[in-house]
Design a binder for this molecule. Structure first.
Ligand code: M6R
Length: 363
């Protein structure tokens, strides 16, 4: 059933182009029914509240960047377990979006209940038809990525990101923030995601594996990213913790100088997500600052970024060129590969990591 792959996790990483293609199996004209919102409802949204746990939370946090930029709607992202126990102002016009692979995560269900009690309209982005969450929500967007067996989530994550990106573009157009030309441009790029993911897998697997071999004995790893790539840095650290039991942390690139740089030395490899976008120069400084403290810097960038970073870093991983937000979805694959190969070299139980269950059905 592993289809020739050593682990389900690796199989599911490779399934991502198909998983995302299945998730995006709709046309631009189907968007209102896919997201379950009429033009009038969309115009009335004043705020989006995202609630989720773990990897799904990272998808939500990443989407804040593109939903706000494309639609102009303020987005708040909470861990479901925190949302449930904090004071929530009942802002009229709030759309609550719960993101969950299983639809059975107790914390997310509890947070959804609270959102409903507050009178918010609710949308579930979920991978399991008929799950508790989908039965509670006013509307469900299905990520059709198929059964995910590995405890460490991979294809569900990229499918959630694709769904949220589609939602951002759709909301932006419906609210008149994006004009027709922009809508067309972003939708075209968006529907090309499966192909971009395929190229990413093809072009990065070997480079990541080779790099992992050089550093897998280290005990602490740092991941840096900015904007939509910051949550991907968090996700890279989570993946590594989950399956290799190593200490890993993710930070926004600009925060490192405010404290975390103190932990950097030659035994702390630093993984820098640095597409050649408007924040590239900032990420370049993060590479230089950490390298100056002896860190082995692994930069993930595109062709143009590689021309500049080439000789400055310990290793380079090249992703295809794409718009800055979409690079976050491509970089997700790279950090998954990285966690996978490190865990494999360390001979860890990849599909069934210690202390973890596929869905956490207790609060
Ligand atoms: O089924 P859900 O998406 O609601 O699960 C949420 C988290 O428990 C889940 O993403 C967890 O963090 C995974 N082990 C991540 O790899």
């Amino acid at each position: 059933e592993k289809g020739g792959y050593k682990h389900f996790m690796l199989k599911e990483i490779y399934e991502q182009p198909d998983a995302v293609a299945d998730t995006l199996r709709f046309g631009v004209e189907d968007m209102p029914s896919v997201f379950g919102m009429s033009g009038k409802q969309i115009k009335n949204i004043k705020k989006i509240q995202i609630i989720a746990c773990g990897t799904a939370y990272h998808a939500g946090l990443c989407s804040k960047y593109f939903i706000e930029e494309y639609s102009g709607i303020p987005v708040e992202v909470d861990y479901a377990s925190e949302y449930k126990y904090r004071f929530v102002p009942s802002t009229p016009g709030t759309l609550a979006i719960a993101v969950s692979q299983s639809g059975e995560t107790a914390d997310t269900i509890a947070a959804m209940k609270k959102a409903k009690e507050a009178g918010f309209k609710t949308l579930a982005i979920c991978n399991v038809l008929g799950s508790t969450l989908t039965r509670m929500a006013d509307h469900t967007f299905f990520t059709r990525c198929g059964l995910e067996i590995s405890v460490a989530s991979t294809k569900a994550f990229t499918s959630q990101l694709a769904a949220l990106y589609g939602l951002a573009v759709f909301l932006g157009f419906q609210r008149g923030v994006l004009n027709s030309a922009q809508f067309k441009k972003y939708s075209t790029e968006f529907f090309a995601l499966p192909r971009l993911l395929e190229n990413t897998i093809k072009n990065t697997a070997e480079a990541v594996k080779k790099t992992a071999k050089k550093i897998y004995k280290e005990k602490t790893f740092v991941f840096l990213g900015r904007s939509a790539n910051y949550p991907i840095a968090l996700e890279g650290a989570l993946k590594l913790k989950e399956i290799s039991y190593l200490h890993a942390e993710g930070f926004p690139g600009g925060e490192i100088k405010h404290g975390p740089i103190a932990i950097i030395d030659s035994h702390v490899p630093v993984f820098v997500l640095a597409p050649k976008d408007n924040l590239f120069e900032k990420m370049l400084s993060a590479c230089e600052e950490t390298a100056a403290r002896g860190a082995k810097v692994i930069a993930v960038t595109d062709k143009k970024g590689a021309e500049i970073l080439g000789k400055k870093v310990f290793a380079l991983v090249k992703i295809p060129e794409a718009n800055s937000f979409l690079t976050a979805i491509l970089n997700a694959v790279v950090v998954q590969f990285f966690a996978y190969y490190i865990a494999d070299l360390r001979k860890c139980e990849i599909d069934q990591p210690r202390n973890l269950a596929k869905s956490v059905t207790v609060e």
